[in-house]
Design a protein. Structure first.
Length: 393
């Protein structure tokens, strides 16, 4: 006889995987096809740039809606609704150019909100193994991102070079995720709309919650470095003399190299005595990787990128873990997550733009990357403060 707690844990684990595997490939499956999308839908370069920027922009703009959705619908219904919206938008956006943009707005908003609600699943149903399941969740992010990037072009070829069909095909795994949410969501036992399961939860504003600003600073710092590298790493490598084909592979290597760290780091962070040391080490590792990329010899660029992949994947996992460990209560986890991720992503969105503007002035990439090293040192300071706050929580 399986206990109710066991059934709840299984349901939560399945939902975590369903969400984690769904929130990156709707974005990364588009990037490799931008040229084909431009030709198929007769979009200019500016239109493609807007299409690429919409998801990151929505990561910040949609975040305040997460607590409202949970308050109105309950956690499991909110997640199910968001997966349904994500699947529907993915299926419909290739039908016409206007739907392409409207659908991408819905995709970006749904992904942002799912990412905010996932920590609440862990905090509610898997608190005693929060570090491990945070690692599972962040690792599934990397798998989702790699799958979208790796299979976008082969899917296009498989479907006879039909861009619309290739984009729509990614709705199939999202429908599977939706089916899992419909099947296992009711077993989660999460509080429904208008109900407060945690009567001891503090009534103070989440903006005054202990640790909210250090956690937000850590999240924003690691995200700014990640999005900056995602946007400019191939360009940096080409400008330093690397062949374009090899430079493109560096970006894939950044994700692949970090997969083990995304699982291991949050698991280790579940031990409070290791948390501060781990966060400090990861932030310093990020600074070392950036310095190697900026000032090291070009043949060592893959090693520098591997170091950065480990540091960035671990930092993202630690950022999610800090939300889980520091939120004042189960009831306030969605609000805590919305503030830290929403403000963090809004701050991070400035990174690629700033680097691009500095590059246009003719500034050397080594100098520009030195600014990211300064951000990594900010990540160190915020991370240590956040770790101490999580220990008190």
């Amino acid at each position: 006889m399986i206990s109710p707690e066991r059934r709840q844990g299984v349901a939560a684990g399945i939902l975590i995987l369903a969400v984690g595997l769904s929130v990156r490939f709707p974005i990364t499956s588009v990037s490799p096809l931008l040229g084909e999308i431009g030709r198929a839908y007769e979009l200019p370069a500016s239109g493609l740039a807007v299409l690429s920027a919409i998801p990151v922009l929505l990561f910040g703009l949609a975040s305040p809606l997460a607590p409202l959705l949970v308050a109105r619908l309950g956690l499991t219904r909110a997640i199910t609704l968001l997966l349904a919206a994500l699947a529907l938008a993915t299926l419909l956006r290739p039908l016409a150019p206007p739907l392409l943009f409207v659908g991408t707005v819905v995709v970006g908003a749904a992904i942002a909100l799912l990412g905010i609600l996932a920590p609440q699943i862990i905090r509610h149903a898997l608190p005693h193994r929060g570090g491990f399941w945070t690692g599972v969740y962040t690792t599934s992010f990397g798998v989702s991102a790699a799958a979208g990037a790796a299979f976008a072009v082969p899917m296009l070829h498989l479907l006879g070079e039909r861009v619309g069909a290739a984009l729509m095909s990614w709705g199939i795994p999202l429908l599977i995720a939706l089916a899992l949410a419909l099947a296992f969501g009711p077993r989660l036992g999460a509080p429904g709309p208008g109900r407060r399961r945690d009567p001891a939860s503090p009534r103070q504003s989440v903006f005054r919650a202990p640790g909210i600003w250090p956690v937000t600073g850590f999240f924003g710092s690691q995200a700014l470095i990640y999005f900056s590298l995602t946007a400019w790493l191939p360009t940096i490598a080409v400008d330093r003399g690397m062949a374009p084909a090899q430079a493109g592979l560096l970006l894939a290597w950044l994700s692949v190299a970090g997969l083990p760290a995304s699982l291991l780091a949050p698991t280790l962070a579940s031990r409070p005595r290791l948390r501060t040391k781990l966060i400090a080490g990861i932030a310093l590792l990020s600074a070392v990787g950036l310095a190697a990329l900026a000032f090291g010899p070009l043949p060592l660029a893959p090693v520098a990128v591997a170091v950065l992949g480990v540091a960035q994947s671990a930092a993202f996992g630690l950022a999610i873990a800090l939300i889980v460990f520091t939120a004042p209560s189960v009831a306030q986890t969605a609000s805590f997550s919305a503030v830290s991720q929403g403000i963090g992503y809004a701050f991070a969105a400035a990174g690629p733009l700033l680097l691009g503007l500095l590059a246009q002035t003719g500034l050397d990439w080594s100098v520009i990357l030195a600014l990211l090293i300064a951000v990594a040192l900010c990540e160190l300071g915020f991370g240590v403060a956040a770790s101490r706050a999580s220990g008190r929580a």
